[in-house]
Design a protein around this ligand. Structure first.
Ligand SMILES: CC(C)(COP(=O)(O)OP(=O)(O)OC[C@H]1O[C@@H](n2cnc3c(N)ncnc32)[C@H](O)[C@@H]1OP(=O)(O)O)[C@@H](O)C(=O)NCCC(=O)NCCS
Length: 160
C-alpha cells in the first residue's frame, strides 16, 4: 500500500530519539549513538530528514523513517537511511531520497553544476541495493572490509 500523503522535512531535536530507535531496529551494523546524532544535529554538520505518515502538515503523524546526509561541494554523502520495518515497501525511502535529489537539483541550478549523491551499501544488503538501483544509482566500486565486522561494501553514485 502506498500512502497518499507522505510528509518529508528536516527533523527537529526532539525527533532524534526516534531516529536512533529506528536505526537500532533496521540497520544491521552499528549505527550512530544518540549522543553522536545530537552532536551532528547541533553542529549542523549533517542534515537529518524525517518521513511521517498519516499526518497533515510538517512533522505531523507517525515518524517512520529518516535519511541522514552531509552536503559537500560536489553534492551529498548519504550517511544512513532507515524506514521502520512495518512501513517498508510503502514509498517512504523513495520519498526521502527524492527530497534530497530535489534540494541538490535546486542548488545545482543556481551553480550550474551537476550534483552527485554518493553512498556505501553492505555487500549482503540486497534489498537496499535494489532500492538504490531503482532510484538510478550505479555501482562504482567494491570496498573490501569496509565495515568494522569485516564485511565489504559497494559504493554507489547517482548524478543528478
Ligand atoms: C532500504 C530502505 C531504506 C528502502 O526504503 P523503503 O521505504 O522500504 O523503499 P520504498 O518503498 O520507497 O521503495 C522504492 C523502490 O525501491 C525498490 N525496493 C524497495 N524495497 C525492495 C525490496 N525489498 N526488494 C526489491 N526492491 C525493493 C523498489 O523498486 C521500490 O519501488 P516500487 O515501490 O515502485 O516497486 C528500507 O527498506 C530500509 O530501511 N531497510 C533497512 C535499512 C537499510 O538497509 N538501510 C540502507 C543502508 S545503506
Amino acid at each position: 500500500m502506498k500512502f497518499e500523503s507522505i510528509n518529508v522535512c528536516p527533523i527537529s531535536l526532539g525527533d532524534l530519539p526516534r531516529v536512533f530507535e529506528i536505526s537500532l531496529s533496521v540497520l544491521d551494523f552499528k549505527g550512530w549513538s544518540l549522543k553522536a546524532l545530537e552532536e551532528e544535529f547541533l553542529s549542523q554538520r549533517g542534515v537529518i530528514l524525517g518521513a511521517w505518515k498519516e499526518g497533515s502538515g510538517e512533522r505531523a503523524g507517525s515518524f517512520v523513517g529518516f535519511l541522514h546526509y552531509r552536503t559537500e561541494e560536489w553534492g551529498a554523502y548519504v550517511v544512513n537511511l532507515g524506514v521502520e520495518k512495518e512501513s517498508q515497501g510503502q514509498g517512504f525511502g523513495k520519498a526521502l531520497m527524492q527530497w534530497l535529489f530535489q534540494a541538490l537539483e535546486e542548488e545545482g541550478n543556481s551553480s550550474r553544476e551537476k550534483k552527485r549523491v554518493f553512498l556505501e551499501v553492505a555487500e549482503r544488503n540486497l534489498q537496499a541495493q535494489s532500492f538504490y538501483q531503482s532510484l538510478g544509482f550505479l555501482e562504482v566500486c567494491k570496498r573490501r572490509g569496509f565495515y568494522s565486522n569485516g564485511e565489504s561494501a559497494f559504493s554507489y553514485e547517482r548524478t543528478l
